[in-house]
Design a protein around this ligand. Structure first.
Ligand code: ACM
Length: 770
């Protein structure tokens, strides 16, 4: 019998709401949802629901102790989100409650079916991972039914994943993350049925894995002084030198993480980057570098640093790999291979000698020499090499797989050549891009990629059915240059990671963004109960306020997803589920304050946002509300100060710091306030540094120059930066300007002799005269 033909029809419903008639009478009835993320392959919702209670059993068949941890995981998760303590039992009578039953027929390894009816829930699967995924679907169905009751709607689910590799990469080099956080991140992946955690452990800015044979890798390579004047002035009394920032994982900690992930059916795949992104390793062991490195640097971007071609260097890398393989059972081992510069090799007489000895004809073949060597090394040990798509340039290297990051092109090319591929295309699967245009959106790369953008991208586009067989799956990457804190990682990665989870798990015909974002609404509270603070960008209330005649303001409110009940207060109070519901455009008096948040029933979906509808507010623009003159390399950057607490951030093109205030209301404006910050220019951007464009200054410390209409228009003001040079934080500069009521725009440029420090605008305020 085909496991899919279990006698229920396939219903591909949006969030399915069922009338509540519980198998035991519930004190109050409400609409229950069957909102599972990622959406099951087939889900049918029936009338009625089963009540879970304190002591309800989760029954595991006798002799299947391997399922006990899965049952325990389910009871732990139910306790967290419903408060109920269920009891795990092995063998005996399968009472009412939750029952695990081994499949009597063939089932896909990760597949399961789930039936909830009057006697409770049956999860049927053939493997522990199948039960795990069934349990997770059941967990998401358990919900508050009012009056303290917890119910699971009657459903029939038949499910299996679309793709075998459902991954996420976390970069812990740019900012070290605690073991606890890494474990939480893995758990948040697991509850969405993801199964590969790609741990980006080494890079230029930090080496994060203990290698016992080479202790300096972590003694030296794991620590750096953060960029900027403020951290340089933060002297560690113990050493009399600037305080170091960093950390690493001991081998015991790595084992702990790998075991924790395995309990959640997640493979941890390590990445040891070679032969580039090598600068932290070379800082620790200069003898292995083509050129020495003084200390681990805090610059972002692409370094020139590479490993050299000495036998000792290859032996060193093999030693590192030996210790790595002993910690990670993963079949695939990632060797990086991205963004390798040949510059140092080209400049080295010794490299030329070694090339001759090794029969390497061209510097561009050095990388494939490394890749080939480690592909063989790994194959001899029963493992397989995977690398970023640059490794394709070295030709076909037996049995290695490609991770396509420069778009899907490399992946498509590799798949067409029959090589195995994981799709991790930039920019769409890069969560270091911002996810909304909200002014409180934290730092990130400039281009905005919403939850919807990620959801609607299909990584298999452009491939024939035959070619898709070479695609193992897809993953998001969390490169963390601009995610200083763990809270920022949560914000940038979630809920966008859930969009990917659905892409890789659910059949393509089930993909529907509005349906997904609707299912995410009841799920947001569950995420928070797991200790995760997901971005609320899809549900945050956006204000569009326009002054009207007669001292009135016309206000429109919306959310990015168009979902959620917007509730608001006037005059400054925090909105609650009983605050007035926004039902359409409002007219309010000038000077009013509106505070609004989106809700799903009683649960807030977003933090509240406040809009001050004053005349002064209408004359102010945050950096996000200004237009960048160019977007050569635009980033929203964090200030380097203060060490603790909130920092200002700045949206700036680091190649041309220049902003346009479009359509200013200049009537009566006689002055300007410009808030500016100075940032370290910690970017390795190669030759692009020669293109940095600054206006000509009149003073040694520079100015912000303001032009009328366009950046080559009439100069209206020049605000000296001198008063801001003494501050690590932001400084408000002031200037008067002549009346220009007809100005169509104001252009703000940085005039300076040098790109360091990088001056950036936080906000601009137009000031009216009396
Ligand atoms: C990468 O983003 N350099 C893989």
């Amino acid at each position: 019998m085909n496991w899919k033909l279990l006698g229920f029809s396939v219903v591909v419903a949006a969030v399915a709401y069922v009338g509540f008639s519980a198998s035991k009478p519930a004190a109050s009835v409400g609409a229950l949802n069957a909102a599972i993320i990622p959406k099951p392959a087939a889900l049918e919702v029936q009338e009625g629901a089963y009540l879970l209670e304190e002591g309800t059993t989760i029954n595991v068949p006798a002799g299947q102790a391997d399922l006990l941890p899965v049952a325990k995981y389910l009871s732990d998760k139910l306790r967290i989100t419903t408060g109920l303590n269920l009891v795990v039992v092995e063998g005996g009578e399968a009472n009412d409650g939750i029952r695990f039953t081994s499949a009597k027929m063939d089932m896909p390894r990760e597949g399961y079916s789930l039936h909830v009816g009057t006697r409770g829930a049956d999860i049927i699967a053939a493997t522990p991972e199948g039960f795990f995924y069934g349990a997770l679907s059941l967990w998401q169905l358990a919900q508050d039914a009012g009056e303290g009751e917890v119910a699971v709607p009657f459903v029939s689910v038949s499910d299996e994943p679309r793709m075998e590799w459902r991954g996420a990469m976390l970069d812990v080099s740019r900012h070290f993350r605690s073991v606890e956080f890494v474990k939480d991140f893995i758990d948040w992946m697991a509850v969405h049925k993801m199964n590969v955690f790609h741990w980006h452990l080494t890079d230029d800015q930090g080496w994060r894995i203990e290698i016992k044979k080479y202790p300096r890798l972590t003694e030296v390579g794991a620590w750096r002084v953060p960029a900027g004047a403020a951290p340089k002035a933060d002297i560690d009394p113990a050493t009399g030198t600037p305080r170091l920032y960093g950390g690493y994982y001991t081998q015991d900690q790595v084992r702990e993480v790998v075991a924790y992930a395995a309990e959640r059916f997640i493979t941890v795949m390590p990445e040891i980057d070679l032969p580039g992104h090598a600068s932290a390793a070379v800082a620790a062991y200069p003898q292995f570098g083509t050129e020495p490195v003084d200390a681990v640097s805090s610059d972002w971007g692409i370094y020139y640093s590479t490993f050299n071609l000495e036998d000792e260097t290859i032996a060193f890398l093999e030693d590192v790999m030996d210790e790595t393989l002993a910690l990670f059972p993963s079949k695939f081992v990632h060797i990086g291979g991205d963004e390798v510069s040949t510059k140092q090799w080209e400049n080295s007489a010794r490299i030329k000698e070694r090339m001759e000895e090794l029969g390497i004809e061209d510097v561009h073949e050095i990388q494939s020499y490394f890749t080939r060597h480690f592909a063989n090394y790994l194959a001899e040990r029963g493992r397989r090499l995977i690398g970023w798509d640059e490794i394709l340039e070295g030709g076909s290297i037996a049995d290695s797989a490609i991770m396509s990051w420069r778009g899907t092109k490399g992946g498509v090319e590799a798949a067409k050549a029959g090589r195995q591929v994981v799709m991790a295309p930039s920019p769409i699967y890069y969560t270091d891009y911002r996810q909304s245009y909200m002014t409180d959106e934290p730092p990130g790369r400039e281009h905005v990629q919403t939850l919807q953008d990620i959801y609607e991208f299909d990584p298999l586009e452009g491939l024939s059915e035959e070619e898709t067989k070479a695609v193992l799956g897809a993953q998001v990457t969390v490169f963390t240059e601009h995610m200083r804190t763990e809270a920022r990682v949560e914000h940038m990665a979630f809920p966008r990671l859930l969009a990917l989870a659905e892409t890789v798990w659910s059949p393509e015909h089930n993909h529907d963004y509005r349906d997904f974002a609707s299912r995410l609404m009841p799920h947001m509270a569950r995420l928070k109960a797991l200790g995760l603070e997901p971005a609320d960008s899809a549900y945050a209330v956006q204000f569009d306020a326009k002054p009207d005649t007669g001292g009135q303001v016309v206000l429109t409110m919306k959310t990015q997803s168009g979902l959620g009940d917007i509730r608001y207060t006037l005059g400054g109070g925090e909105p609650s589920a009983s605050s007035p519901l926004y039902e359409g455009v409002m007219t309010l008096p000038l000077g009013e304050t509106v505070t609004a948040a989106a809700f799903y029933g009683d649960e807030p979906l977003s933090k509240s946002r406040m809009g001050v509808l004053s005349e002064r507010a209408f004359l102010r623009r945050e950096d996000d509300e200004l237009t960048l003159c160019s977007a050569a390399l635009a980033i929203k950057l964090d200030d380097d100060y203060p060490k603790e607490g909130n920092r200002a951030n700045f949206l700036v093109d680091i190649v041309e710091p220049c902003w346009i205030y479009e359509n200013p209301a200049m009537d009566g404006v006689t002055g300007l306030e410009v808030s500016v910050g100075n940032l370290p220019y910690n970017f390795q951007i190669g030759d692009l540094i020669n293109s940095v464009t600054l206006a000509k200054p009149e003073t040694s410390t520079g100015e912000i120059v303001v032009y009328k209409d366009s950046c080559d228009g009439e100069e209206l003001a020049r605000l000296p930066l001198a008063p801001a040079t003494a501050s690590f934080g932001v400084t408000t500069l002031e200037a008067s300007i002549k009346a220009v009521p007809d100005a169509k725009a104001l252009c703000f440029r940085v005039a300076a002799n040098h790109y360091e420090p990088l001056w950036a605008i936080d906000w601009v305020q137009l000031v009216k005269g009396n």
